[in-house]
Design a protein around this ligand. Structure first.
Ligand SMILES: Nc1ncnc2c1ncn2[C@@H]1O[C@H](COP(=O)(O)OP(=O)(O)O)[C@@H](O)[C@H]1O
Ligand SMILES: [Mg+2]
Length: 369
């Protein structure tokens, strides 16, 4: 047996220590946690490419500070800041009236609820990229809540790009106390340490040589991603186990690498909602024999697939919102074709064969049913 303990190979596993993120942890504590403990209102923007440990680091800091009441929201489940705030409000025990209410009211109600709490409250919004581009008004209200609504909530926003790139200089100045922290790609030595640590926790002693660890780090280096490295380790281990070997071989790592797509990792797919998977499957079906497809094809497929897998129709406006989100998280590409005045947007997937992706999605939707 090669895998002794599968948990540390799972993407949701949070180790007791995070090698090579000590500096980031320290920075978050000094520029964000300390001011919050002193009662100061502040926001922190964390950004960096996928797999650089943003979520793990934030969860690590949350675990270290039980004296703070963190409200963690994964915004992949949302299409607007307003709906994130709704989830936050209900987490605080507030019921907001149905239908649109203005931001001032939402912020004031949340602020008054927070003032009754014993612990400082912090809002953490992860996977913010999908909203950052789609809901400028929302992010404007969130980051400038102090100036615009006289209320501010200590917030950590985690995304791929710095959301401030969508703001003008003058607006950035008026936001007040916002710090940003960029997570850099991991280098080969760092990846080696991270993989080696997971090997110690998960793999039978002696079943994964230093050479194999080095090789996993080498091939993951170009992505700078711990997510890719850990996924390659996990797959290599199961491939070796399947062929009843006593240890992981170099060729198992090659096989594992060929099975994963560094841009469309399984953990990324696993973080999607059912309706995201439905729209992504619709895109795949439209692309079986063509390079690009039109949104009309996607909408038509969505109506069939939603009935099959969700048991109910998905409104076209909802499906368009999901499609925009899939674009921002990089699962679907788009381009504009045709002449000026007669142009249209088409969609494509170039990172992974659509047949492979379709199979994965169908098995995921099947499991969720
Ligand atoms: N410094 C680290 N030490 C140990 N594991 C790490 C480290 N950085 C990332 N990981 C692991 O790599 C995977 C991806 O990290 P994650 O925090 O989800 O990346 P991001 O949120 O930046 O996309 C997770 O399984 C996480 O536990
Ligand atoms: Mg993350």
């Amino acid at each position: 047996m090669i895998v002794l303990n599968p948990e540390p190979l799972d993407f949701s596993f949070l180790p007791e220590t995070l090698p090579h993120r000590e500096r980031e942890i320290e920075r978050i504590e000094s520029i964000f946690i300390s001011p919050v403990m002193d009662g100061l209102q502040t926001s922190l923007l964390i950004h960096g490419i996928s797999g650089t440990g943003k979520t793990a680091t934030v969860r690590y800091v949350m675990r270290r500070h039980p004296e703070i009441s963190f409200h963690y929201i994964n915004s992949l489940a949302h299409t607007s800041v307003r709906s994130v705030l709704n989830e936050f409000a209900s987490g605080l025990g507030l019921v907001l009236p149905p239908g649109p209410i203005n931001y001032s009211v939402i912020f004031r109600r949340i602020a008054s609820k927070i003032s009754q709490q014993r612990k400082p409250v912090v809002l953490v919004i992860d996977e913010f990229s999908s909203i950052a581009r789609a809901d400028f008004e929302g992010i404007y209200n969130l980051l400038r809540a102090r100036e615009v609504h006289g209320v501010s909530i200590p917030t950590v926003l985690v995304s791929l790009d710095n959301p401030l790139v969508y703001f003008k200089e003058s607006e950035i100045r008026s936001i007040g106390n916002v710090e940003s922290l960029k997570f850099l790609r991991y280098g080969v030595g760092e990846l080696r340490d991270i993989v080696s640590d997971r090997v110690d926790r998960a793999i039978t002693p002696g079943a994964c040589s230093d050479e194999v660890i080095d090789y996993i780090a080498d091939i993951s280096e170009q992505y700078g991603s711990a997510r890719v490295a850990i996924e390659v380790l996990q797959k290599s281990a199961y491939i070796a186990e399947y062929r009843q070997s006593a240890e992981i071989g170099i060729d198992d790592v090659r096989a594992a690498k060929s099975m994963i797509n560094p841009y469309i990792t399984e953990s990324k797919l696993a973080s999607l909602m059912e309706e995201d998977l439905v729209v992504l499957l619709a895109v795949c079906r439209c692309l079986v024999s063509s390079r690009y497809c039109e949104s009309s094809c996607i909408m038509q497929e969505v109506s069939v697939i939603a009935e099959d897998f969700l048991g109910s129709p998905m409104p076209a406006s909802r499906a368009s919102g999901v499609l925009r989100k899939l674009e921002t998280v990089g699962l679907v590409d788009s381009r504009v074709i045709g002449q000026p005045g007669d142009s249209r947007k088409v969609y494509g997937i170039s990172e992974v064969p659509v047949s492979v992706l379709s199979r994965k999605i169908i098995s995921m939707l099947g499991k969720k049913q």
